[in-house]
Every structure is written in structure tokens, then in C-alpha cells.
Design a protein around this ligand. Structure first.
Ligand SMILES: Nc1nc2c(c(=O)[nH]1)N[C@H]1C(S)=C(S)[C@@H](COP(=O)(O)OP(=O)(O)OC[C@H]3O[C@@H](n4cnc5c(N)ncnc54)[C@H](O)[C@@H]3O)O[C@H]1N2
Ligand code: MOO
Length: 417
């Protein structure tokens, strides 16, 4: 079954909306999107990491499947309330994978190893370290509650439990849970196909011969790496010159091959901003004027039924917008739902005067519990990207930041990186 496409007017702004606060813009975007991928059927667990679960995974087996010992020691019927207590040891033992198939009478004990099934008649285990063996019997000098050191059957997972919910992007921890109940395959969505397009007459691909008036394309490799790391299928739409035909041809390919297209550059109101122009002419574009630095010019458009996120050309602005808007948007389209990145209030290790009335993102990194900010806020300074391990998000109201002022730090890992 194929998923419904987004509506053409899905990014339209209400009349009269001018500068939109960041949080409002994010809420509005979250509300406009829905999943566009369909189930890809079952994939083997070994191939499932990074994929998004399409249906709830329901346990067909309990975990643990039977009561077993958490420790190496001696099993018997508890409790032990009077000390010292002597219990005769029976001949036999229960080991992991080799259960004891007899019954242990009340008042007797049996050797047991970690992970071994509790023999019939036992419910309690004394640790080796708390046990003394005297004349072939077990001598206990401490009391023990009934059930001590025993893991009950099904205490972790019961048959019928939803162990991983639909919409979860599977990581190693989910794989462990699924494997623990023997699920060898899971039903996942097909990966989201994300097109990446660079624009601009001055932009040349890495490897090309360049003159001083030209720059290497940093955004496309950056966005490729980001999209791939987030678990999506990258579709390289290449680079378009500042000509409507070029941009249109690239967007046409994007609309045919992708669920979403990320472009960079050419979206402000300049003479050569052909991305905006083509999207306006042949699609439905909405220039979201977000009260945000960097990343003011963010264009959201529908082009031949395909959403297009027009990122600013400056690499730092493209990065910030791709993370803060792009990553949660792609997550919704891919079936994994919108997310707000986990953030931490930490003391600033820097001073800054900020214009109130807009949100700002600084490239930041944590050093000894405080957030340092990159020395320059220039949106073309790519070195600050690699220097940083996250962003500091300053809200609209913030004005003067001093060392020690609490600021919101968002590690890059919070975006799924
Ligand atoms: N009069 C105004 N001019 C500008 C404004 C404004 O509000 N009024 N905003 C500035 C801001 S902020 C940004 S960000 C840029 C955004 O403009 P575009 O998205 O149209 O981007 P371009 O003009 O095409 O490029 C901006 C900058 O980035 C470089 N670039 C572009 N693509 C790449 C790439 N793939 N790899 C590396 N660098 C790239 C490009 O050479 C420019 O230097 O507009 C400002 N102007
Ligand atoms: O989006 Mo622009 O970079 O604010 O630098």
C-alpha cells in the first residue's frame, strides 16, 4: 500500500504572518508532515539496524523463558530466617543449558550456576561467597528472603508484550531486545529517499579545476554525510548552475526519484536566486521568514508533489537548518515521527551580546561541564563546524550572556548523529 503524498499547500503560511518565532515554525512544520514511506516487508534482524519499524514488534516468547539463577551458588526452598542453617546437598547440579530434571525436597540444597533453570522445589539461591560447605552439607550464616537471587520467568518480557513500538528507529539496544525473544526478522519501512542538490555559478564539485572566484561545494558532501548517517538513502542530484533550466531539470529528477529534496543556496531574494524562482513558478513555495540566526532564508516548497527544503547557501546556516528543521522533518516522512532534540542547560563559558527578538544558534562544544562557543559567528566559517560537538540555542528573549549564564546545549548526537 502506498502512503498518501503531502498536500501542495502544506507549507503555506497563514495570511499576515511575517517573522515567525523558531518554536512556532517548528510546531507548524511538525503539524504539516506525515509519513510518506510504505512498508518494505520483513528484513532479517542482522540487516535491521537503522531501519524504522513499520509495525509493533510483539513478543512470542517470554524473557527469561523460565525461572533461573542470577548467580553461581546453591538453590533451595527459601526463606532462610534462622541462622546458622545447615542443608544437606543432593547429588546433582543445574547448569546453564543443562537443567536438573529431578525435584529438590524442602530442606535440601543443590549446586546451581548462573543462568541455570531453578530446579523444581527451589526458589532461592545463596551466593557462593555466602556459602560454606561442611561435611557435604551447605552451611548458611546469613538470612535470605524467599526468591533471593532468582530471576522469575517472564519478569522482563511476557508473551504478547509490545517490545519495540512501530515508528522506532532500531539501534543496537532494540536489536538485543528483539533477539532475546527470538525475532529473526522485523517489518520495516523502506528507507526515505533524500535528494541533495547544490546550486550556484561559483560552486564547483570537489575534484574540479577551480579559479579564485569559484569555491568548492562543501554543502553537498556535508548533506550527503548527514543524510546517510541519519539512515536515509541519499540521491545525489548534483549541482545546478544559476539558470532556471538547470535548477528545473535537477528538481524534476528529484521529484521523480526522491521523497524529499534538500537544496542549498539560491533561496534569498537576490538576482541569481533561481531556486526560489523555479519553485515559485512551478511549485508552491513558502519563504518562511524565521526569527533565526543563522538560517533566516529557509524555503519550504512542494514541487511536483515532492517536498523541497531550500537551505541557505552558507554552510553553517545550511547545517543548522538541516539539523533543526531537516532532521525532524525527515524523521516524520520516514515513519519515525517528529522529535525535539534532547538538550541540556549548562553554564556558558563565553560572553555574548545578542539582539533580542530572534533565536540564535552558536557552534558549541562542552569543556569541563561548560559550553564554549566558536570564536566567529560568520556563517561561512566551516572550521567551526568540525570544531563543535553541538549547538547552543539561545532563545528570543536572551540578550546578554556571561560566563556562568545557563544556556541550552544540544549535542549533535541528539539529532541522531
Ligand atoms: N540583501 C541580503 N543579502 C543576504 C541576506 C539578506 O537577508 N539580505 N541574507 C544573507 C544570509 S544570512 C544568507 S545565509 C545568504 C543566503 O542566501 P542563499 O541561500 O540564496 O545562498 P547563496 O547566496 O547562493 O549563497 C550564500 C553563500 O554560501 C555559499 N555557498 C553556496 N552554496 C555553497 C556550497 N554548496 N558549498 C559551499 N558554500 C556555498 C555562497 O558562495 C555564498 O557565499 O544570503 C545572504 N545575503
Ligand atoms: O542564514 Mo545566514 O547564514 O543567517 O548566515
Amino acid at each position: 500500500m502506498s502512503a498518501a503524498p503531502l498536500r501542495n499547500d502544506c507549507f503555506a503560511l497563514p495570511p499576515g504572518v511575517n517573522w515567525t518565532p523558531l518554536n512556532e515554525a517548528l510546531e507548524r512544520l511538525a503539524a504539516r508532515l506525515h509519513p510518506v514511506v510504505e512498508s518494505a516487508g520483513a528484513v532479517a534482524l542482522a540487516d535491521a539496524v537503522g531501519r524504522v519499524l513499520a509495525v509493533d514488534a510483539v513478543a512470542q516468547r517470554a524473557h527469561p523463558p523460565s525461572s533461573n539463577s542470577a548467580v553461581d551458588g546453591y538453590a533451595f526452598l527459601g526463606p532462610i530466617s534462622e541462622v546458622p542453617t545447615r542443608l544437606p546437598l543432593i547429588d546433582g547440579r543445574s547448569a546453564a543449558g543443562v537443567p536438573y530434571d529431578g525435584t529438590v525436597a524442602a530442606g535440601q540444597a543443590i549446586r546451581i550456576l548462573t543462568g541455570a533453570v531453578m530446579p523444581t522445589g527451589t526458589d532461592t539461591v545463596a551466593l557462593d561467597e555466602d556459602s560454606e560447605l561442611v561435611d557435604g552439607g551447605l552451611l548458611l550464616r546469613g538470612t535470605l528472603k524467599a526468591g533471593a537471587n532468582r530471576r522469575k520467568a517472564g519478569e522482563d518480557i511476557q508473551v504478547g508484550d509490545v517490545i519495540v513500538a512501530a515508528g522506532t528507529r532500531l539501534n543496537a539496544t532494540h536489536i538485543a531486545v528483539l533477539a532475546s525473544v527470538g525475532m529473526g526478522a522485523v517489518e520495516v519501512y523502506r528507507p526515505l529517499r533524500v535528494g541533495v542538490l547544490s546550486t550556484g555559478d561559483e560552486v564547483k564539485p570537489v575534484g574540479a579545476a577551480v579559479s579564485d572566484h569559484q569555491i568548492y561545494d562543501a554543502n553537498r558532501p556535508m548533506l550527503h554525510a548527514l543524510v546517510a548517517r541519519l539512515g536515509y538513502q541519499v540521491v545525489d542530484l548534483g549541482h545546478a548552475m544559476d539558470r532556471a533550466e538547470d535548477v528545473q531539470a535537477a528538481l524534476d529528477r528529484g521529484a521523480e526519484q526522491c521523497d524529499l529534496v534538500l537544496t542549498s543556496g539560491g533561496i534569498s531574494a537576490g538576482d541569481e536566486d533561481h531556486v526560489s524562482r523555479v519553485l515559485k513558478r512551478d511549485g508552491e513555495i513558502s519563504n518562511w521568514r524565521i526569527a533565526l540566526k543563522p538560517g533566516r532564508p529557509l524555503a519550504l516548497a512542494m514541487y511536483r508533489q515532492t517536498p523541497v527544503v531550500g537551505l541557505p547557501g552558507n554552510p553553517v546556516a545550511a547545517w543548522v537548518c538541516a539539523l533543526r528543521f531537516g532532521a525532524p522533518a525527515m524523521s516524520v516522512l520516514a515513519g519515525a515521527g517528529w522529535f525535539e532534540p534532547t538538550s541540556f542547560m549548562v553554564p556558558a563559558a563565553f560572553s555574548k551580546r545578542k539582539k533580542p527578538g530572534r533565536s540564535e544558534f552558536l557552534r558549541a562544544r562542552m569543556v569541563q561541564g561548560s559550553a564554549e562557543a566558536f570564536g566567529s559567528e560568520g556563517s561561512g566559517r566551516v572550521t567551526g563546524l568540525a570544531w563543535s560537538d553541538g549547538l547552543v540555542e539561545l532563545d528570543e528573549g536572551a540578550d546578554q550572556i556571561e560566563p556562568g549564564t545557563p544556556v541550552r546545549y544540544i549535542p549533535y548526537t541528539s539529532f541522531g548523529l
